[in-house]
Design a protein around this ligand. Structure first.
Ligand code: AMP
Ligand code: ZN
Ligand code: ZN
Length: 402
């Protein structure tokens, strides 16, 4: 069906039949902010719309152009506007909005059967926290929803940046009386991101990503957690999707989803409950909730193509709010099923225990153990270089918390 939306003007196509309530839900439009018009008649939530229906969703709350915006829930002065949702909120209702989006992701993840949730109230959750806005906001929301959720910070040894990030995570956990696991790459595995990257001759982001993913799963397995939760947001996922599409990486496309089930022993389910929320919404959530987070970026990311993909999507989003969400959700709703069934990378992997560490792998020795072995063999030659990199990262950033 064709759905015309106003302020800003755009048209969405959805497969029917759907009720009016389902259409509004799909498009994230709060029902009380709009009128729905079908064949010149007003229709209500339960009205059924066929696949060939043409409807208009017309906003009824004014105050966009020029005047100061008001909260769509209570009409109090708004502190944040989100063109994608054609909405604005007061602080309390903005917190409700973020919480609702996380709930929706947990209760009805895409590509799951209708009754499958990301996780349940009885599950023990481990949220990977970097000290940045997304993962700390996520921990806060999950605690607010009453989930049993501990944190994990992985110390990457990137000088002062890592130290400040760890302090922020520890401060968050202490203030709320919740448990934070800390794993230091240097202490546990004998290398840091800068020294490992120099020794392995691999990009810092490559060494860092593999080490983090390994540590998340390893801690979850050793400590008996059911699910690993990460703070990947809508912008992260849309940029990853764009990158995978540009290179037609079928195997990555097949695995790009907000729920990755555990497929073998010593492998823990992974979920991304922030995939419906933008970077900007998460930053705003932290400000509204008074959550202290590391604003500085990792000093080692240069050349990371993710930033260019995000910039390209931001340019599109500025001209047509909702583009990113349409791109990502459209893929998850319709196309990902095709990749998951047909793609070359989508066959269930035959996993065996790594002969070195026991974690799941498709070969004899897992990628992490192979990388670590290479790093430790070459490390003595690179000690000097890695000290320089750490020292460079040590310079306090301009916006570092005091
Ligand atoms: P990034 O790969 O830096 O975009 O981070 C994606 C997600 O990975 C974050 O939202 C966190 O959940 C997690 N994460 C990143 N860095 C760390 C870290 N040093 N320790 C624990 N979790 C992390
Ligand atoms: Zn309000
Ligand atoms: Zn291994």
């Amino acid at each position: 069906m064709r759905v015309r939306l106003r302020n800003p003007e755009r048209v969405e196509t959805l497969p029917g039949p759907l009720t009016v309530a389902e259409v509004l839900d799909r498009l994230d439009v709060p029902a009380h902010t709009v009128l729905v018009i079908h064949d010149g008649q007003l229709v209500t939530a339960g009205h059924e719309l066929g696949d060939d229906a043409e409807i208009e969703i017309r906003p009824v709350i004014s105050g966009g152009a020029g005047s100061s915006p008001r909260c769509v829930q209570c009409r109090a002065p708004a502190v944040i506007e989100e063109p994608r949702h054609r909405s604005a909120w007061c602080p309390d209702h903005f917190v409700d909005h973020v919480t609702m989006q996380v709930r929706k992701a947990i209760d009805h993840p895409p590509l799951a059967d209708p009754h499958e949730r990301m996780f349940h109230y009885g599950d023990r959750l481990l949220v990977a926290v970097s000290g940045g806005k997304d993962s700390l906001a996520l921990w806060d929301v999950l605690l607010g929803l009453g989930y049993d959720v501990d944190g994990l910070y992985v110390g990457l040894g990137i000088g002062g940046y890592s130290r400040r990030s760890q302090e922020i995570c520890e401060g968050f956990a202490e203030a709320r009386g919740v448990r934070l696991h800390v794993v230091s790459l240097a202490e546990t595995y004998g290398y840091t991101t800068p020294s490992g990257s120099a020794a392995a001759g691999r990009s810092t982001c490559g060494v860092c990503g593999l080490s983090k993913r390994y540590a998340f799963n390893k801690v979850a397995v050793d400590e008996g957690y059911d699910v690993v939760v990460t703070g990947h947001n809508l912008d992260d996922e849309a940029a990853t999707l764009l990158g995978n599409v540009l290179r037609w990486q079928d195997d990555f496309l097949a695995r790009q989803r907000p729920v990755l089930p555990a497929t073998g022993t010593n492998q823990v389910r992974k979920v991304k409950p922030l995939y419906r929320l933008s970077e900007r919404e998460m930053a705003a959530y932290c400000v509204v909730r008074g959550i202290d987070y590391v604003v500085e970026e990792c000093p080692l990311v240069d050349g990371n193509t993710g930033h260019e993909l995000k910039a390209a999507l931001d340019a599109l989003e500025a001209g047509a709010p909702g583009t990113k969400a349409q791109f990502l959700f459209g893929f998850l709703d319709r196309h990902a099923a095709k990749w998951s069934d047909d793609a070359p990378g989508a066959e269930p992997l035959e996993l065996a225990a790594c002969t070195t560490c026991g974690m799941p792998t498709t070969v004899e020795v897992c990628a992490f153990c192979r990388q670590r072995e290479r790093i430790l063999a070459a490390l003595p030659l690179f000690e000097g270089a890695s000290d320089d990199a750490a020292a460079a990262a040590d310079a306090p950033a301009a916006d570092a918390p005091a």
